[in-house]
Design a protein around this ligand. Structure first.
Ligand code: GLA
Length: 667
């Protein structure tokens, strides 16, 4: 019997397999035009009918020919588990959404599976808990959350986002007629190399829409797209990475990272549906303040008086928050020392942070502070006192990256210390915001499940801080975008997608980011820096326009800005305050190629909205933005424009190279 769950506009249909081995997919798509499942594969030769089914959760030892989502190993070296559906799956429906639950049991293992929907958006959230119900310890060589199955008999076109430090979110398309495509991180953070999301579609036709899946996890993760010839289906499996091995003693359970997935008619709509889900279920109502961050202005050379001077200019320009970045704590005069010693440096702040915090508040701004709780320099009092607190294997010397080790948050005493330290920094201090950074990959191992333990502690600490200090906002950062995932979006208010602030490169990074993650959390700063890849000049207005695509900030040395530059900043900040509600809350449409003249980002809400257009340096050619959602009276804050049958025609000053137009539907 088919079991059906519904999102706002899609349906996901599964059924128990005839043999009772678990659940299989039947269909997933638009509720109004859901297609019948493809005919089951004809069986010949070695395969039984159960073997080729699109299993929602496949277990090694339970007959199937697909990759296994769970691989169990026992102390005697044997592996596998023969599981069966324990009882009929349960389906609970309310006006808010549906919840399907099933339990697989057998051979001393139990797997609890859930599929949760909401009527407010189109995302299905999968949860999985694997338990040892036997009498001996078991190791899980693989403990995926499960698989989403997509009816694609000819294989998949896969869209993924790959990158590197300062080059995050570059779109990559891979055609997979058959075989396996695998991405992930084994770095203990999400990593710059791949964003934890894949989108698959029919390589032969765009008519059938696309299916997009993410792993919601801030540590090591894995996603596999498996096109098994003859099965007629493509499976998207994922969860925790294979290199983490989880050991469960009798009675213990492992809660796998949540996986989220959606169907959409096209990639633009997939992006909008991700944003809608992230805004509805992950982001909370919180101030997303226009930020001044002094990192690029003063780096490690911070002093109270000089920070106050910067704060005064920032407030005068209209900034709403001042963030003191790295370099404020004891002994931190370069990246080689001090990390771990979270007290104000007595030479830089002889009276502590209070005079600066009070001045920032008196200027009407919130105060934010940079921390990197997981990092520790060998040259720090913390490390000298606790050399055993870092991630290390007993057989290898630990490696420093950026002159630092990583504290092992999997150790209860380290988690306790980190929470106590952060509580101390936030209690009665006037700190309104934390930027939580993490500036290296975790490479030194420890127990087999170090990444899982570390990530769970990171999540727990963020959850505790949010409940104990609800007024404190948080920015998740990891040397740029190495920790952007739905798990961090659910525990922070903004994320820092990249250390690249050169505006032309930044625009391309933001373009990729927006395909899966929301503008409402996309922190972006105006700086004076040129891009590492595209260093062509950009006006200050262009730099503002790029940063105004998300949560605006400034990172330049404001004391060096001329009166003219300050006037531009004041004007652009005033425009941003006007357009912010639609930029952060509207539907996003990206038009064109972010590296070409005429790229535009459109934000719309009920027919009104804003279009931000970008030009190549020195090019005056008008640009047509084929907006389908906007109309009405136009106000040009930068550049000029008018409606034609083809959309919005925009003209930009070739030196400024950007336009910002607001459309007001006035009916
Ligand atoms: C990382 C961050 C930067 C800055 C520096 C400080 O690189 O991404 O924004 O905070 O650390 O050391």
């Amino acid at each position: 019997m088919a079991l059906e769950i519904r999102t706002r506009s899609t349906t996901y249909r599964v059924a128990a397999t005839d043999s009772g081995s678990g659940l299989r997919a039947l269909a997933w798509g638009d509720s109004a035009s859901l297609e019948d499942p493809p005919a089951p594969p004809t069986v010949a030769g070695f395969d039984t009918p159960d073997d080729l089914l699109p299993h929602e959760f496949s277990v090694d030892g339970t007959r199937h020919v697909l990759a296994s989502d769970l691989r169990v190993r026992r102390p005697d070296g044997t592996g596998g588990a023969l599981v069966r559906l324990e009882a009929k799956p349960t389906l609970e429906s309310t006006d808010d959404g549906d919840r399907l639950s099933a339990r697989l049991v057998g051979d001393g293992v139990a797997v609890g599976l859930t599929w949760q929907t909401s009527r407010r958006h189109d995302v299905i959230t999968r949860g999985t808990v694997i338990s040892n119900t036997g009498g001996e310890p078991i190791a899980l060589d693989r403990a995926f959350t499960g698989s989403f199955n997509v009816p694609l008999p000819e294989g998949a076109a896969i869209d993924a986002l790959s990158g590197a430090w300062c080059e995050e979110y570059a779109g990559r398309r891979v055609l997979l007629p058959a075989g396996t495509f695998q991405i992930g991180s084994r770095q203990g953070v999400v990593s710059h190399l791949w964003a934890p999301v894949v989108t698959v579609s029919d390589p032969a036709s765009s008519e059938r829409g696309c299916w997009s899946v993410q792993v919601a996890w801030s540590g090591s993760w894995q996603l596999e797209v498996d096109a098994t010839s003859r099965s007629g289906w493509v499976r998207i499996a994922g969860g925790s990475d294979d290199e983490s091995r989880i050991v469960l003693r009798p009675g213990e359970s492992f809660e796998a990272p949540p996986m989220v997935g959606l169907w959409a008619p096209d990639p633009h709509e997939a992006a909008r549906r991700w944003h809608e889900y992230e805004r509805a279920d992950l982001l909370r109502e919180a101030p997303r303040s226009i930020t001044y961050n002094s990192w690029y202005a003063t780096e490690f050379d911070v002093r109270a008086d000089q920070q106050i001077a910067l704060a005064e200019v920032a407030a005068d320009l209209g900034c709403e928050m001042f963030v003191l970045d790295d370099g404020w704590f004891r002994g931190r005069h370069s990246d080689a020392a001090g990390l771990g010693d979270w007290e104000p440096d007595p030479a830089a702040f002889p009276d502590g942070l209070t005079p600066l915090v009070e001045r920032v508040h008196a200027l009407g701004m919130r105060f934010g502070l940079w921390v990197e709780p997981e990092g520790v320099n060998p040259d720090s009092d913390l490390y000298r006192a606790h050399p055993n607190w870092i991630h290390r294997s007993p057989t290898r010397e630990p490696v420093t990256i950026r002159n630092q080790y990583v504290l092992d948050f999997g150790l209860p005493e380290v988690e306790e210390w980190a929470l106590a330290t952060l509580r101390r920094l936030l209690t009665g201090s006037g700190v309104d915001h934390l930027k939580w950074d993490m500036n290296r990959a975790i490479t030194d191992g420890g127990p087999d499940d170090w990444s899982v333990l570390h990530t769970k502690a990171y999540h727990r600490i963020l959850d505790t801080l949010r409940s104990e200090f609800p007024g404190v906002t948080l920015e998740a950062c990891s040397g740029g975008g190495a920790r952007v995932a739905c798990s961090t979006l659910g525990r922070s208010d903004v994320v820092w997608p990249s250390d690249e602030t050169g505006p032309r490169d930044r625009l391309a990074i933001q373009h990729g980011y927006l395909s899966a993650f929301p503008a409402a959390a996309m922190s972006s700063w105006v700086t004076h820096l040129d891009g590492l890849r595209d260093p062509r000049p950009a006006s200050l207005e262009y730099r503002f326009a790029v940063a105004m695509c998300g949560v605006l900030g400034i990172g330049s040395d404001l004391t060096q800005w001329s009166d003219e530059e300050r006037a531009i900043a004041r004007r652009m900040i005033a425009v941003y305050k006007e357009i912010r509600p639609v930029v952060l809350g509207g539907e996003v449409t990206r038009h064109g190629d972010p590296r070409a003249h005429g790229y535009a980002v459109e934000y719309s809400q009920d027919g009104s909205g804003v279009v931000i257009v970008f030009g190549a340096p020195g090019v005056a050619d008008p640009v047509t933005v084929p907006s389908r959602s906007l109309r009405g009276r136009l106000t040009a804050h930068l550049g000029e424009g008018g409606w034609t049958d083809d959309g919005l025609v925009v003209r930009m000053d070739p030196v400024i190279g950007a336009a910002i137009l607001v459309a007001d539907r006035d009916d």
